[in-house]
Design a protein around this ligand. Structure first.
Ligand code: GLU
Length: 307
């Protein structure tokens, strides 16, 4: 299998694609991004990196940060997390409030907004928001091996100015006692986590611990093997909001998308993959990112369902 050729074919097809989706417009600073971008990076288990298109251009990782926030939160409270967040696909939009009322303020899973707001609350314990954010950024830098990773403050401000629905979710959960800290502190932490900027190469590197059964490529253990498997299973079942089933069907890899147009996908033991194209489909997932991963899965045979 020649990954360079496969990537070149995918980049070619995505460059020429006419149906590119629509960039997220509800966060003003994301609405300005050119939908012509497409980038891909693949890191294989033996440590080789392959890139194509705009793999070195930074973008807002948005909800992909939820994977890293979940990893940190599980490290802090372990299985106690599951009394405050569920583990079922939501079947609802990423920012839905309806389900939250029916389920007494307990979010369906850690990858919808309400769930990640709970993760921010967990990660805030004993810290000020600035410190909790610093810890998350440090963690992502450690995973990636790149100290240049930082928060895009313009995006964070833009989210803070327009995040009324996330505010509603947080206050709602607070009313049920699911959040322990003041909603504004939790939201500040959440918005900044979403505003981490990375490029495809960095993101693919950040996912290596999930490809390697919880190990950092330097040999250190990031999470136990069982936890890595559990995070991956949540990515597969909940990583694409109410289109998670469709993504599993088409691509067959655990993946987490963000409204910045990025997707992190992992094939355990084989590859950590990042794709980015800012145009979103109706479910809020990258239109071309999903298609590119579908093409990659076809060309490589990579899937968690193949023997
Ligand atoms: N910061 C975004 C929000 O809270 C994240 C959504 C996403 O990437 O799905 O609305």
């Amino acid at each position: 299998m020649n990954l360079e050729t496969i990537i070149a074919g995918i980049v070619d097809e995505m460059r020429g694609a006419t149906d590119r989706g629509t960039v997220a417009h509800y966060i003003p600073s994301l609405a300005k991004i050119d939908p012509a971008h497409f980038g891909i990076a693949i890191v294989t288990a033996d440590g080789e990196t392959f890139t194509g298109g705009d793999a070195e251009t930074g973008f807002s990782i948005q909800s992909i940060s939820k994977v890293f926030s979940l990893t940190l939160a599980l490290g802090k409270v372990g299985d106690r997390l599951w009394s405050r967040v569920g583990r079922e696909p939501s079947g609802n939009a990423f920012n839905s409030i309806v389900q939250l009322e029916a389920e007494k303020g307990i979010p369906r899973n850690p990858f919808i907004n309400a769930g990640a707001i709970v993760l921010a609350d967990v990660n805030l314990a004993g810290y000020r928001p600035r410190e909790a954010i610093g810890e998350l950024v440090q963690f992502v830098r450690y995973l990636t091996g790149d100290d240049g990773i930082a928060i895009d403050e313009t995006v964070a401000r833009s989210e803070e100015e327009t995040g009324e629905r996330n505010r509603a979710l947080a206050h709602f959960m607070k009313s049920y006692g699911v959040l322990l800290h003041a909603p504004e502190m939790v939201l500040g932490t959440y918005f900044h986590a979403c505003s981490i900027e990375m490029n495809c190469r960095q993101l693919a590197h950040a996912g290596r611990y999930l490809m390697l059964g919880g190990r950092h490529p330097d040999g250190g253990r990031v999470v136990p093997d069982r936890r890595a498997r559990r995070i991956l299973s949540l990515m597969l079942t909940c990583g694409h909001y109410d289109a998670s089933g469709d993504f599993a069907f088409r691509v067959g890899m655990p993946g987490k998308s963000g409204v910045g147009g990025g997707i992190l996908a992992v094939v355990p033991g084989k590859a950590s993959i990042a794709v980015w194209s800012p145009g979103l489909n109706a479910s809020g997932n990258s239109q071309l990112g999903g298609l590119a991963l579908e093409r990659l899965a076809e060309a490589t045979g990579w899937s968690v369902f193949s023997g």
